[in-house]
Ligand binder design. Structure first.
Ligand SMILES: [Zn+2]
Length: 273
């Protein structure tokens, strides 16, 4: 007997089920899925290809489910591609609301597919980037031309003497590690983040303040009032980087290449929490 044989009646039943499943899911969330697909493809034109119900990320297919978790912890621990965009990255300098952390939700499969799923693979794409303010080299990924984006930031800052002194101490770029206090891979592990040790009142990390992950932490006032810091942040943002100082769980030294949070085709409103 042919093991591939399937009775015709079962075949029809299966086809109907598939049809209704697609029809129903399309009614519920096709617009959301389409927005998500369009956003990633626009933000990462070098590496992401839009597909009907998903993305081709650096050659790896990823379905876009449209699932937008409701709880903050679920978004943090198990982010979907939709969750990853779910808190808009805002332009102004203001104290974020509790748990407003645009960019802290990262879909691990997306970053693994994009930049490499192990240290050796990630390191293959690392290149030396001249950080012009100090004239020293740092390591950064060349995928998505993130290295060029970082070099552009450094060049612009080096040409502004009043800002240059703020960015003389880089505290690291590539580092294959997890995020402190978690088992999730850091953006530094992918070579897409740089830390800068700003002058003392501007050098702030929520974990140094004895804040608990689930409790609101007082946002450091100096981050809101320093005009030079804000100019620096704007230059990074212009080049596709988000700033950890805009997080409720703030990390003011941290800049991360995340064009999907800044691209104009990703500015749809989905601020569900
Ligand atoms: Zn960092």
């Amino acid at each position: 007997m042919n093991s591939q044989y399937v009775p015709a009646s079962k075949c029809r039943y299966f086809t109907y089920c598939l049809f209704f499943a697609f029809w129903f899911s399309g009614c519920v969330c096709s617009q959301t899925v389409q927005e998500v697909i369009t956003c990633y493809a626009a933000a990462y034109p070098e590496t992401v290809l839009p597909k009907e119900t998903g993305l081709l990320v650096n050659g790896h297919y990823m379905a876009v489910s449209g699932v937008n978790h409701q709880s903050f912890q679920e978004k943090l621990n198990d982010a979907t591609l939709t969750d990853q965009l779910s808190y808009p990255y805002y332009q102004e300098f203001r104290a974020p609301t509790f748990n407003e952390d645009p960019g802290r939700f990262r879909n691990a499969d997306f970053f693994d597919a994009m930049y490499g799923d192990n240290q050796a693979a990630i390191q293959q794409s690392l290149v030396k980037v001249m950080w012009e303010p100090t004239g020293s080299y740092v390591r950064f990924t060349s995928i998505n031309k993130a290295n060029e984006a970082l070099a552009n930031v450094g060049t612009e800052l080096a040409g502004m003497p009043s800002l240059k002194t703020y960015v003389m101490n880089t505290n690291g770029t590539f580092n294959y590690r997890v995020i402190a206090g978690t088992s999730r891979k850091s953006a530094h592990a992918y070579g897409i983040a740089i830390d800068i040790k700003f002058p003392a009142p501007l050098y702030q990390y929520w974990r140094w303040r004895e804040c608990k992950p689930s409790e609101e932490c007082t946002y450091p006032e100096p981050l809101l009032s320093d005009k030079k810091l804000q100019q620096i942040v704007r230059i990074f943002e212009k080049n596709g980087f988000i700033w950890g100082g805009k997080w409720s769980h703030y990390d003011s030294m941290h800049f991360e290449y995340r064009p999907e949070l800044l691209h104009k085709q990703c500015q749809f409103n989905r601020r569900e929490k």
